[in-house]
Design a protein around this ligand. Structure first.
Ligand code: MG
Length: 207
C-alpha cells in the first residue's frame, strides 16, 4: 500500500502559501510510506523536529483495482469510496526544503503524518460525482477549512491518469487530493474534527 499526495490543487491554498502563486501545469505529487498512517482517530503527537507543524485537510480516494497508464475517461473505474485525511506537514522544514531544492520526505513523510478516517463512504451514496463533494474541518470547534471538490485544479480522474503514467496504482492505495485554503499551525491540546458531506469522520487530539 502506498500513499500518494497531491500538492497545490486548490488556487486559494497556493495563494496563502506563496506570493508568486503559479498554477502548476501538471499535478504535483509526492508519496508517504505506510509508516506515515495514523489510523482510528488516534492522537497525533507533535514531533520535536518542527516548530510549525500544520494540518492540511484533504479528500482521500481509495484505489480499488490495479492499473497503470490509465486513460482519464476510464479513471472513475478505479475508485468507489472516499474518506478524509490530514496531511500533517512540518511547514518550517518544508520551507527549508523548497529553498534548497531538496526532496520533501523529511517534512511530509514522517511517522503518523497521514491521518486517515476510520470510515470511508461509498461514492454512490454521496451522489456519485467525486467533483461535487463538500468537506469541513474544525479546529477546537471553529471552522478552519471548507473544501469544495469542484474547485480542484486537477480532477481526481486527471490525477489518477497522470500519476499512473509514472507509478502503477494498486488496490488499497490512497490518494490525498490536496488541501483547500485555511491551513494552520497546531498546538498541544488542539482537537481536529472533520466531516465529509455532513458525516463526521475525523476526530483527532493533538498532544
Ligand atoms: Mg497536502
Amino acid at each position: 500500500m502506498k500513499i500518494i499526495c497531491i500538492g497545490r490543487n486548490y488556487l486559494e491554498h497556493i495563494q496563502e502559501l506563496d506570493h508568486n502563486s503559479n498554477i502548476p501545469p501538471e499535478p504535483v505529487f509526492f508519496m508517504k510510506p505506510d509508516t506515515a498512517l495514523l489510523r482510528n482517530n488516534e492522537p497525533f503527537y507533535l514531533p520535536d523536529f518542527s516548530r510549525d507543524l500544520q494540518y492540511e485537510t484533504e479528500l482521500v480516494v481509495r484505489i480499488c483495482r490495479v492499473g497503470r497508464a490509465i486513460e482519464e475517461r476510464f479513471a472513475h473505474r478505479y475508485y468507489e469510496e472516499v474518506g478524509l485525511g490530514i496531511d500533517f506537514t512540518a511547514r518550517d522544514l518544508q520551507r527549508e526544503c523548497i529553498k534548497k531544492g531538496l526532496p520533501w520526505e523529511m517534512c511530509k513523510s514522517f511517522d503518523y503524518s497521514a491521518a486517515l478516517s476510520p470510515r470511508f463512504l461509498p461514492l454512490a451514496e454521496l451522489g456519485g460525482d467525486v467533483q461535487k463533494l463538500h468537506f469541513n474541518m474544525e479546529l477546537n470547534g471553529e471552522l478552519r477549512q471548507s473544501g469544495d471538490t469542484s474547485k480542484m485544479i486537477f480532477s481526481v480522474d486527471k490525477i489518477i491518469s497522470y500519476v499512473s503514467r509514472f507509478v502503477t496504482l494498486k488496490m488499497g492505495d490512497l490518494i490525498y487530493t490536496g488541501t483547500p485554503v485555511g491551513v494552520g499551525t497546531l498546538a498541544h491540546g488542539d482537537r481536529i474534527t472533520a466531516s465529509l458531506e455532513g458525516e463526521p469522520l475525523l476526530d483527532i487530539e493533538i498532544r
